[in-house]
Design a binder for this molecule. Structure first.
Ligand SMILES: NC(=O)c1ccc[n+]([C@@H]2O[C@H](COP(=O)([O-])OP(=O)(O)OC[C@H]3O[C@@H](n4cnc5c(N)ncnc54)[C@H](O)[C@@H]3O)[C@@H](O)[C@H]2O)c1
Length: 331
């Protein structure tokens, strides 16, 4: 618990002096629960806005932190639009939507953004040096009791934990995209993550109405170790001219009963994110089978990152409902 919360507790106990012991304990426990309900989410992109949405919907006060004010504005607009969709489907009431939005605040300054929180979930860009820098900063800015979680898709939790003075309190909390819809949270234990912290995060994930699965810290964990080689192979299949974009995705959708094809999924995840994960697998295992396809590397260098940039294997400038193969693959 940080200094602010400790002093709140002390004040609370002083105020409670003279009240029944039972009442004191109720106030005490309530205050601890309130403290546990304040979280910070770092990064307001594809994943950060979804993570903030879910925490806020389940009653947590959420500070969203990003270096970019436009990214923060876009995140609030996206959350609002997604909440409207939940209301129109009858999954939420208008009052619950308003309460969710009221739980959100945005910050461009890390120091004010992490003040008073008991959990930080980092969902900034997938880049190892950036994550190490952020965790060093978090370690300096937050009370040692604060749990530091990362939504990284592939970067070692143990490496991230090693730059902090609290490796037992660093853990992977890998949500899936789109966060408000997908049930799974892959909970990754670093080499030193404690049982207590793992249990706290497993319980918290269940309270967010998710299904947490505990895994160990090796490159790509479970989800991306299996998914990314499939996406990479689909890109190689396209690169080698075996079939076109629509044909590859149709084979996998109708033949394997996947809800969407691997190339469409890559566009949704972000081609830069897919490339970064493949590089982690390639470096981590030293096995050439994980080498990213040159076509994927070229597309990322050309700024074609999928849905977030408006073009990848498909064009997305018209929205995400209709599948239109990108002009480059339609010649
Ligand atoms: N996209 C997916 O489907 C997916 C799924 C699971 C996990 N992830 C992981 O989630 C994380 C975020 O991915 P994303 O797809 O949301 O990326 P994104 O590119 O959509 O968003 C990243 C955000 O981080 C912000 N950022 C960069 N540096 C920052 C800093 N120093 N402080 C605060 N904010 C900063 C950027 O401004 C941007 O808004 C990555 O680690 C990624 O591997 C992504």
């Amino acid at each position: 618990m940080n200094d602010l919360n400790t002093s709140l507790l002390v004040n609370c106990l002083i105020l409670c002096n003279g009240i029944q012991y039972k009442d004191t304990m109720i106030i005490f426990v309530g205050l601890i629960q309130k403290c546990m309900k304040h979280v910070a989410v770092i990064g307001a992109g594809t994943m950060g806005n979804g993570i903030a949405h879910v925490f806020a919907q389940f009653g947590h006060q959420v500070n969203i932190i990003d270096i970019s004010q436009p990214a923060l504005d876009k995140a609030i607009a996206t959350i609002s639009k997604n909440l409207d969709r939940q209301v129109s489907k009858g999954a939420l009431t208008e009052a619950e939507k308003e309460a969710t939005l009221a739980n959100l605040t945005t910050h461009t300054d890390m120091k004010s953004g992490v003040e008073g929180v008991s959990l930080v979930v980092e969902a900034a860009t997938e880049n190892v040096n950036l994550k190490l820098k952020i965790f060093k900063e978090l370690d300096a800015l937050t009370d040692p009791s604060v749990i530091l979680a990362t939504n990284t898709s592939s970067i070692s939790i143990t490496q991230i934990a090693s730059v902090t003075g609290r490796p037992d309190k660093v853990i992977g909390m890998h949500f899936m995209n789109p966060v408000p819809v997908m049930k799974l949270v892959e909970i990754i234990r670093g080499y030193s993550t404690s049982d207590e912290v793992t249990n706290t995060i497993m319980d918290m994930s269940k309270k967010l109405n998710k299904v947490p699965v505990e895994v160990n810290d090796y490159p790509g964990f479970v989800a991306n170790r299996i998914l990314m080689p499939m996406i990479n192979e689909a890109i190689y299949t396209l690169y080698e001219g075996v079939a076109g974009v629509a044909e590859i995705d149709t084979v996998m959708k109708l033949g394997m009963a996947h809800p969407m094809g691997p190339l469409q999924l890559a566009d949704f995840i972000g081609l830069d994110v897919c490339l970064a994960i493949l590089r982690v697998l390639h470096d981590g295992f030293g096995n050439p089978k994980y080498a990213p396809c040159p076509l994927l590397v070229n597309m990322v260098m050309a700024g074609k990152k999928g849905v977030k940039s408006g073009e990848g294997f498909y064009t997305w400038t018209h929205g995400t409902k209709e599948l239109i193969v990108a002009e480059n693959f339609n010649k």
